[in-house]
Design a protein around this ligand. Structure first.
Ligand code: NI
Ligand code: MN
Length: 224
């Protein structure tokens, strides 16, 4: 069965293999581009790249309603657990959480740290193995040369890559980052949501990599 990738807007995605659904960074409430409401989301896993509200978003509400397992860095997972989410899987960069669909591994990301009550959280990227496909969701970050190693180690088929500039890399640097990782397809994210971000993906032009733009609320079926 093909992997269904639904773009929730901003950095939010829903990955479904038909049996399991993983949601990443479900920022829906307050996202003017989002087509889904939190109550529309059915999932058994959620992974969160960091605690900024445009990523943590509606995680707690969605996790509680679905009794979903939340994967995040140690401090952020503890914070989410303290808000009444029963199933959390804390991890740190380099670590891998085995799941019913495969795994979620955490990678470094270069980004500012946020604070949720007394917990600080370290922003990360995610490598997701689902239905035989590997997706590298970079989270909020700029380029760093270890992206090449991440590409070599996990051999991602797809990268979800921030291109909005200002709070992450912009499209020109993201072009180089995608080429360094070397996936088959790249899905641009974290742009157009706010006036401060770049509004289009036209300057994101990695060589030899298919750029797959998915509109918020739309899905793409990935087949090898
Ligand atoms: Ni952020
Ligand atoms: Mn962000």
């Amino acid at each position: 069965m093909p992997l269904t990738i639904t773009f929730l807007g901003h950095s939010g995605f829903l990955f479904s293999d038909g049996e399991n659904t993983l949601v990443v960074d479900p920022f829906l409430t307050g996202n003017v581009l989002a087509k889904h409401r939190p109550s529309d989301i059915t999932c058994n896993y959620i992974a969160v790249t960091h605690g900024h509200l445009d990523h943590l978003g509606d995680t707690i509400e969605i996790a509680k309603r679905n009794d979903a397992t939340v994967i995040a860095t140690f401090e952020l997972a503890n914070y989410i657990g303290s808000k009444g989410v029963k199933k959390t899987e804390p991890a740190n960069p380099g670590g891998k959480i085995m799941t019913d669909f495969g795994f979620v591994a955490l990678t470094p990301a270069i980004h500012s740290v946020s604070r949720n009550e007394d917990s600080l959280d370290t922003p990360v990227g995610l490598v997701i193995r689902i239905d035989g496909t590997t997706v590298y969701h970079m989270g909020d970050t700029t380029i760093f040369s270890d992206m090449k190693l991440i590409g070599e180690i996990y051999e991602p088929d797809i990268v979800c890559i921030p291109i909005g500039d200002r709070f992450t890399m912009g499209p020109e640097i993201a072009t180089r980052a995608a080429e360094m990782v070397g996936a088959k397809a790249a899905i641009p994210m974290h742009y157009g949501t706010f006036p401060a971000l770049n509004q289009t993906s036209e300057k994101f032009v990695p060589n030899g990599i298919k750029v797959q733009v998915i509109e918020p609320g739309e899905s793409w079926e990935y087949k090898e």
